[in-house]
Design a binder for this molecule. Structure first.
Ligand SMILES: Cc1ncc(COP(=O)(O)O)c(C=O)c1O
Length: 344
């Protein structure tokens, strides 16, 4: 199968497995795992922050960040398509006791003006309002098509949030896809964010893990919440070593995934039964709209599965395709031929 469902499906390469086999390990709950420490130092340095914490998943990393920046009864502001709102089990409510104020932005991104209008403060409201204390952005914005924020917008939203005494968290599950696409260095991109979550197990190709990055004080606090959320791991150096390998070897090559998905999207958008907003095909994803007079998205997914192409439907007429380390040019050609055979 050519698996285009997600960039989470990659398996560790032989070279990565070799590094994992030889990793020095210790008990990381006791602070003894040198490989985890090395990964955390590397992540902090790459993002220009003081400290970082290794966590089992992006969902836990976002949940811990939200818990660090809020108190029960607070409110966070994010875009309506964000992963934090849509796909993390309502963790902001269950684990942090927060309400959420959604911004209807564009392609998963918000303007500073929208954020300013969305932040509500308890003070001055005769206690009517929840207390807005956190603004979360997502770059790349997955639900928006894998698009990249303009640096000026990240800075403006951060400034507005800080101005209103809100912390700023960046869900950077695919931050390095944005770095590669925009050419903005990672440390510059997040210079005005208080915490950043990056995923090692998506385009970067590690099997497990995320890093939460920020200043020393917030990461010390995050360490305690990670413990309470059950995310302290023992000989985690085995997987942290894969994370180090992924940061050292798999960032620049993300441009190959971007080029592959672009050629797939260009070919599919020229077919009668499908359309794609090419403006939002910027990184490793393409959202494909299926002509409802011809097929449903599930029809297409099932027909393509029979031709060896694995995809997700993301709505009744929508399909997402994602390029990653384990898809080569030949896989993309196969996918193009399979789509072409449906369009006749
Ligand atoms: C934007 C974004 N944030 C967070 C996550 C959560 O990561 P995980 O699956 O490791 O919990 C994902 C996963 O797909 C994601 O796309």
């Amino acid at each position: 199968m050519v698996d285009l469902r997600s960039d989470t499906v990659t398996r560790p390469s032989a070279a990565m497995r070799e590094v994992m086999k030889n990793a020095e390990v210790g008990d990381d709950v006791l602070g003894d795992d040198e490989t985890v420490i090395q990964l955390q130092e590397l992540g902090a340095k790459m993002l220009g922050k003081e400290s970082a914490l290794f966590l089992p998943s992006g969902t836990m990393s976002n949940a811990v960040a939200i818990r660090c920046h809020t108190q029960p009864g607070d409110e966070l502001v994010t875009e309506s398509k964000s992963h934090i709102y849509n796909y993390e089990g309502g963790g902001y409510a269950a684990l942090s006791g927060c309400s959420i104020r959604l911004v209807q932005g564009k392609n998963g991104m918000m303007t500073a003006q929208q954020v300013r209008s969305a932040i509500r403060k308890a003070a001055g409201s005769q206690s009517h309002f929840a207390d807005g204390s956190l603004v979360c952005m997502e770059n790349t914005a997955n639900g928006g098509g894998g698009v990249c924020w303009e640096q000026s917008e990240i800075d403006a939203v951060s400034e507005t949030a800080h101005d209103k005494e809100c912390a700023v968290h960046m869900d950077g599950a695919r931050l390095f896809n944005a770095v590669v696409h925009t050419g903005v260095p990672a440390d510059r991109m997040v210079a005005n964010c208080d915490t950043i979550s990056i995923c090692l197990s998506k385009g970067l190709g590690a099997p497990v893990g995320s890093l939460l990055v920020g200043d020393e004080e917030v990461i010390e606090n995050a360490h305690r919440w990670r413990k309470m959320f059950g995310g302290g791991m023992r000989q985690a150096g085995i997987i942290a070593s894969a994370g180090i390998y992924s940061l050292q070897n798999n960032i620049d090559r993300l441009s190959e995934d971007h080029a592959r998905i672009r050629s797939l999207a260009e070919a599919i958008s020229s077919l009668d039964s499908f359309s794609i907003d090419m403006e939002i095909v910027q990184t490793n994803m393409a959202y494909i709209n299926v002509d409802e007079e011809k097929f449903s998205a599930d029809d297409v997914v099932n027909k393509l599965a029979n031709k060896g192409i694995d995809l997700y439907s993301t709505g009744p007429q929508d399909i997402r395709a994602v390029a990653h380390l384990d898809v080569d040019d030949e896989g993309i050609e196969q996918a193009i031929s399979a789509f072409q055979s449906l369009s006749h």
